[in-house]
Design a protein. Structure first.
Length: 161
């Protein structure tokens, strides 16, 4: 029994020695990929400076146009996301300009909602509308198409084809 155990232990030691001595494949990361990442990290500060130089050379109007365009897109996205916050209303109407939304809680209130981000600056139209609302100069005006006579004023002109 001791001889059998000795043979098993000797075999295991032999396997361990063979595994330690045999050559192994060592996978190295792609040198090109590492070099590209390193160059990107090193060039980032230089690249930022180059972009700042290019922007500094652009005319003021071009920069304003780009930032206004981005601000408009961001504002529209924020208006869309804001609708998720308006779950307390029974009805929500999108107007867009000069007020973004009208929220209605039946039996309670009608709210005029303007979505703003960053610096809260109202346009002239928004300021005038806010003044009308705050001074309670808001009316409900039912309008019937028959009352303004649209149907009578439309003439159909037949053209020969």
């Amino acid at each position: 029994m001791e001889v059998g155990l000795f043979i098993v232990i000797l075999a295991l030691v032999a396997v361990i020695v063979i595994l330690l001595v045999r050559p192994r494949k060592v996978e190295l990361p792609a040198v090109e990929e590492l070099e590209r990442k390193l160059l990107f990290a090193l060039a980032s500060e230089k690249t930022v400076k180059e972009i700042q130089d290019v922007v500094a050379k652009l005319p003021y109007d071009v920069i304003q146009s780009m930032t206004r365009s981005l601000a408009t897109r961001t504002g529209k996205l924020n208006e869309l996301l804001a609708t998720l916050e308006f779950t307390q209303y029974d009805r929500l109407f999108y107007l867009g300009d000069p007020i973004d939304f009208v929220g209605v809680k039946y039996g309670e209130t009608v709210d005029f909602i303007e979505v703003k981000t960053g610096k809260f600056r109202l346009t002239e139209d928004e300021k005038k509308l806010r003044e009308l609302i705050e001074s309670r100069q808001v009316n409900y005006v039912p309008l019937s198409v028959a009352k303004i006579g649209v149907a009578e004023e439309v003439d159909i002109i037949e053209e020969e084809i």
